[in-house]
Design a protein around this ligand. Structure first.
Ligand code: ADP
Ligand code: MG
Length: 717
């Protein structure tokens, strides 16, 4: 038998049958190394074997005794085999479902060892489907089970956790010494962390709970450290390798830009500009995240930066997540720049081919100073003459990839534009530190003057008629109303957005089909035949022709339409100051951040806005989520709640962020560990920006393997 190595295929492990090797490979565990890294998702405490009298409910227990009675019960949906076990201290009831054949093995007089999770049943104690071993008279008495913490592994029907446990246990002693640590012993010691081999041992075969915590801490830290190292290496690399055009920021330029604006900048806007503008004067590419509530005036900041580029004869690009938003940016920026020499260009996927070609020409020649667009901006066909500033609006919809691609649009090989990322969805700090850990952050923490905060009410579906009547009174006062529903029509199954899955599963166990999804068609009918009869109510949704949708929106903006019934297409960008009421039906079906975004569409003027969330809050989570939306207008606080309830996976799915998911680390639970990893990564990168030390070879190769592709580290190390 050749000695085990980390690359030994599972089929070559002594005792592993061919079928089991297949099952392991199916689970993504083809080799010894994979097995070592296959971590239990929890541990179960097994009590030492004890007499029946000493057993307690809740734990995994084992005991032995004599069977005194058995029976088969066929009443009920599942036939079961029951047995009574006695020892010198008391009685234990045993039940096996669907295993009536056990009558052939277990009968009165047989001595059994059993193990399982005990629960109280009437006055006594019961084990359901326990593991059992018949103790034969002529055999030596089996040893008593010691107390232990038993790993419970992600498993399959073919390969249950116990079997995986057995296989891993059989290789562990041989495999662990083969594992090299990518972190120095002294470094680990300073942080009170075990070596990698010890951490794996303590996960697979812990001597106590303290050990599993200790091991988990090391493994979670590893993941966080690797990501932080990747992010900071990339940042350092960008700073060292690339140059961005150095823009000028003079009093004259500042005054010229401000003269363009129809209002004075708020103190918050001024501060953010003072943070951002100096970045743009440096050759080191800026990389800044600007976060601010809906309506806090981020567009102006973008415009300011873009005009700094234009002032120097360079170009700037603004990328928006949807066409509607790109068009709105284009319209409002065109309005602001009316009469100026700065030429602006709109580039979206729906331009006619010849328009598209002409636009590309103006972008490539540098004739277009400011280019506003959607994803179309990062297609290969787009080449800039001299891109100095790249702005990405609503960052949460874009991943790291897109940011890098837009940045790569600079014309000269080592030149990259300054990058500014804007988001209205406040990013929980822990998330911004991980995925966007390489960004500087500016926060617009105040709304423009005269804004009244939006009031949000949470009401029961039964209240809908009153809500509709209230909408009429607002309209009669000359104001306008949005209705937002999750779907377009009853037959149009798929809603336009990714539904909040918990909400869908909730409604206290009511299957989806029983509660029809509120939809544009139904709400439109209800309103035009009821409370809003005689008023102008129009639909807006993604399945309408673009031209029709735009026409409806511009009539709404012009005040010719009283109410809009829409899906989430109005989520971003729409700016109608006279719209003061938003009614969101079946609000439980929307994500929290989404609700916050939606309500930001009302109260954009000086009248103050009201948002009514009509929702079924039978599920406690739904209730908690919606109450937190109703209870605060602070998007940052909401982001934290959302994050806690949904986890980071939903806010930044790994598909969206382009990053592999963590296996052990969990946010926000591991925030402290994250902060430690971040500090460590920063000083590591400052000390050794190429990870070129011989002692860092392993760390570097693990880093490249995990994040090389997704973080684009290929040219870093
Ligand atoms: P968001 O941060 O959501 O992108 P916008 O940039 O769209 O917000 O700004 C929201 C509204 O506030 C716009 O109508 C904009 O013209 C207006 N606005 C922005 N800054 C100011 C300001 N300093 N004073 C008054 N109105 C402002
Ligand atoms: Mg905006």
């Amino acid at each position: 038998m050749p000695p085990l190595s980390l690359t030994t295929p599972v089929a070559a492990i002594p005792g592993v049958r061919a079928a089991e090797a297949f099952a392991l490979r199916d689970m993504g565990l083809p080799s010894v190394a994979h097995l070592v890294q296959h971590l239990p998702h929890r541990h179960e405490f097994e009590q030492a074997e004890a007499p029946v009298l000493d057993l307690g409910a809740g734990n995994v227990i084992s005991t032995r005794g004599e069977v005194t009675a058995t029976r088969i019960v066929t009443r009920g949906s599942r036939p079961r085999f029951e047995a009574v076990l006695l020892d010198h201290t008391g009685r234990l009831d045993l039940v096996w479902f669907n295993q009536t054949f056990l009558k052939n093995t277990i009968h009165p007089g047989v001595r059994l060892r059993v193990q399982g999770k005990a629960k109280r049943y009437h006055a006594g104690l019961q084990l359901t489907n326990p593991k059992y071993q018949v103790i034969k008279d002529d055999h030596p008495e089996p040893a008593r089970a010691e107390a232990r913490l038993r790993p419970v592994y992600p498993a399959t029907a073919e390969l249950p956790s116990e079997r995986i446990e057995g296989i891993i246990a059989s290789i562990l002693n041989e495999a662990l010494p083969l594992i090299n640590d990518h972190l120095p012993v002294a470094f680990l010691k300073d942080r009170d962390m075990p070596t990698l081999a010890d951490a794996y041992r303590m996960m697979h075969a812990p001597e106590g709970e303290e050990q599993t915590r200790h091991a988990r801490r090391r493994l979670a830290y590893d993941e966080l450290l690797l990501l932080q190292l990747g992010v900071h290496l990339r940042r350092e690399h960008l700073r060292r390798q690339h140059r961005a055009p150095m823009l000028r920021w003079t009093t004259a330029i500042d005054e010229r830009i401000r003269k363009r604006l129809p209002f004075t900048l708020t103190a918050a806007q001024d501060r953010v500009i003072r943070e951002l503008a100096p970045d743009l004067t440096k050759a080191t590419p800026a990389n800044r995240l600007i976060q601010g509530e809906v309506g806090s005036g981020k567009t102006v900041i973008a415009l300011y930066a873009m005009l700094m580029a234009a002032a120097e004869g360079h170009q700037a690009a603004l990328m928006a997540p949807t066409e509607v938003l790109a068009e709105q940016h284009f319209a409002s920026i065109s309005r602001l720049l009316e009469g100026s020499r700065v030429s602006i260009e709109l580039l979206t996927g729906s331009l006619a081919p010849d328009e598209h070609r002409a636009a590309l020409g103006r972008i490539a020649s540098g004739k277009a100073s400011i280019v506003i667009g959607t994803h179309a901006l990062i297609s290969d066909a787009v080449a800039f003459d001299s891109l100095a500033v790249a702005i990405i609006d609503e960052q949460h919809r874009f991943g790291v990839h897109q940011r890098a691609t837009l940045r790569a649009k600079a014309s000269e090989p080592d030149s990259v534009p300054h990058t500014v990322v804007m988001t209205a969805t406040p990013i929980p700090r822990t998330v911004s530190l991980t995925i966007f850990g390489d960004l500087d952050v500016s926060t617009l923490d105040a709304l423009p003057p005269g804004r009244k905060p939006i009031r949000t009410r949470l009401v029961d579906p039964a209240t809908l008629p009153e809500v509709d009547a209230y909408a009429r009174t607002r309209i009669e006062k000359g104001e306008q109303v949005f209705y937002v529903v999750p779907a377009v029509g009853p037959g149009v199954g798929a809603p336009e957005f990714e539904q909040f899955s918990e909400a869908r599963a909730s409604a206290s166990g009511t299957p989806d089909s029983e509660v029809p999804i509120a939809n544009v068609a139904a709400t439109l009918r209800r309103l035009t035949e009821g409370a809003l009869a005689g008023l102008r109510v129009e639909p807006v949704h993604a399945q309408m022709r673009r031209a029709d949708r735009d026409r409806a929106m511009s009539r709404f903006r012009a005040g010719e339409v009283h109410a809009i019934v829409a899906t989430t297409v109005i989520e971003v960008g729409v700016d109608v100051p006279n719209a003061t009421l938003m009614v969101i039906e079946q609000a439980e079906r929307f994500g929290l951040a989404q609700l916050h975004q939606l309500r930001g569409r009302v109260g954009r003027g000086t009248k103050g806005g009201v948002c009514v969330l009509v929702a079924d809050t039978t599920s406690p989570t739904a209730e908690k989520r919606l109450k937190s939306v109703a209870g605060t207008t602070d998007g940052f606080a909401l982001a934290e709640v959302d994050f806690e309830l949904r986890g980071p996976g939903n806010i930044f799915s790994s598909r969206q962020s382009g990053l592999p998911p963590f296996r052990v680390a969990e946010l926000p639970r591991d925030t402290e560990l994250l902060l430690l990893a971040r500090r460590d990564a920063q000083s590591w990168v400052a000390r050794s920006p190429d990870l070129a030390d011989p002692g860092e070879t392993l760390l570097r190769s693990r880093l490249m393997k995990t994040y090389g592709k997704s973080l684009g580290l290929g040219d870093v190390a």
